[in-house]
Ligand binder design. Structure first.
Ligand SMILES: [Zn+2]
Length: 217
């Protein structure tokens, strides 16, 4: 059985390896988990003893097949709980991430099977993230960041990379909701900020920081 912290480490290594496409550095992990490098090293040794990661001192870490399977299970539970909180309990999409961070550690397989059935087998969470399959596969989405979209292109807002309450409330205020069609009107050469038009016809300013957290197709 994995402890709470171990599950969070596996999840952190998984998400960092997607971002950096390769081995994850101890420093990056320390930063993401907000812990001292020495404690990170301790944890990595433990996970390595359990054969959940490949780890050599002074080199990066990588999940083993079993480590990745466990990470994806935690992510699957997290995203299913987020759907439950929004669809069944009426929470806003800006209020569910922190609660799901706790619920994701309940390990009953039967609970997950029933939750998935109760929700009618959702494919995406309220932030547009794909839900890993029961077999532990992460579905491919092929989404692009809004920063990669050219002027004049019409795209659909599919998902957000940042799940903080502040960020999601900012999107709500700007009228940027999942599923809406947006058109890039201008890209500012100086700071790469964008002006986009939403399908309701209003023009919205998006800083580069906002735009790089929006996934479109
Ligand atoms: Zn979340």
């Amino acid at each position: 059985m994995q402890s709470f912290t171990e599950e969070n480490y596996l999840k952190a290594i998984y998400s960092l390896s997607l971002r950096h496409e390769g081995d994850v550095s101890t420093n990056a992990l320390a930063e993401l988990t907000a812990t001292k490098a020495a404690s990170v090293t301790d944890m990595l040794r433990k996970l390595s003893d359990k054969e959940l990661i490949h780890y050599k001192k002074y080199q990066g870490v990588r999940l083993t097949e079993e480590g990745e399977r466990l990470a994806l299970q935690v992510i699957r539970r997290h995203r299913l709980w987020e759907v439950f909180l929004v669809e069944k309990l009426g929470f806003g999409w800006d209020a569910v991430h922190d609660i799901a961070e706790q619920l994701e550690h309940i390990r009953s397989d039967e609970l997950v099977v029933r939750l998935d059935g109760y929700l009618d087998h959702p494919q995406f969470d309220p932030h547009g993230d794909p839900i890993p399959t029961p077999a532990g596969k992460m579905p491919e989405t092929g989404y692009r960041k809004l920063t990669e979209v050219g002027v004049g292109e019409d795209v659909r807002l599919m998902a957000v990379l940042e799940h903080s309450t502040e960020f999601l409330q900012h999107l709500d205020r700007s009228g940027l909701t999942l599923g809406c069609i947006i058109t890039v009107k201008t890209v500012n050469d100086f700071d790469k900020s964008l002006l986009v038009r939403t399908e309701t016809g209003s023009t919205v300013f998006a800083s580069q920081d906002v735009a790089k957290n929006l996934l479109v197709s």
